[in-house]
Design a binder for this molecule. Sequence first.
Ligand code: SF4
Ligand code: SF4
Length: 300
Amino acid sequence: MKPRTFLELAYFGIKTVILRRQEPLMGSIILTDRCNLSCRHCAVGNITSVIYPYIQIKADMEKMYSDGIRILFLYGGEPFLWQVHGITLRDLVIEAKRMGFLLVNIVTNGTFRLDVPEADLIMVSLDGGRENHNYIRGDTYDTILENITDSISDNICLYMAINNINKRDIETVCQTAKSLPNVKAISFNFHTPYPGTEGLMLTREERKDCCDQIEGLIGEGYPIFNLRSAFPYIIDNSFRTPCHQCIVMENGKMWTCGRCIEIPNLCSQCGFFFAAEFSLVFSGHVSVIFDMLRTYLRYL
Ligand code: SF4
Ligand code: SF4
């Protein structure tokens, strides 16, 4: 992480905690809900299949920047399907950087070439070893690993949503992350039970077992981009929701924390580690703040 980025983020954090402010820092823009996959746990892909216009995406980025947001995520659907009049996802990343965003990240299913060296992180979904991943996401495992290996940059972070199909694959995915030179780290989430996907959810005991395992793997030196100090709150879903430091925009509309905020009772079963970690950091949990500093300085 560049010193300027670190100082700006640290200043934001100190201001937010001391003054108990609720301004957002992290923003996500949905470029399209179109997707080339049809994953078992998905509740957001191909509902409209609209590719949002470039002018709208640019306006969303400008709005976020003027609201003080400095960490930007671009995602879908599948964001690599977004292309308007020859303007590509890579062009959007370059434009966001030029606008002044400090960190610009992409979230993708990894089935397209991953050549966006300007992005700080490209989060690539890998939901287990080959068998379980392919069961959840279709026959894509080998393509994804090939795209990661062929990428021209090493800014890739694996992204695994743990559910009751792949819960035993945590170590396998960590080993895969460690074995791929272009992968910096792996980040875990638990399955969030969107309507229609409740059957994939983990019990509290299963979440605890997974967190114990991840904690052990962090101890063994695997490159894990999660904060172990936040695990007790994630296991019990006892962190404050929604997280006011995160917002999402889609086609000019804005939500605090996530679009999922509109689904009754979902926040009390949230599996998004980022939502928990940001919420805890900006509520002033000292151990989580130090954990975040240590982890982010290592992987960003
Ligand atoms: S890749 Fe993402 S958006 Fe596409 S179907 Fe899978 S979970 Fe849904
Ligand atoms: S489920 Fe609630 S707490 Fe979790 S990301 Fe969505 S809005 Fe935020």
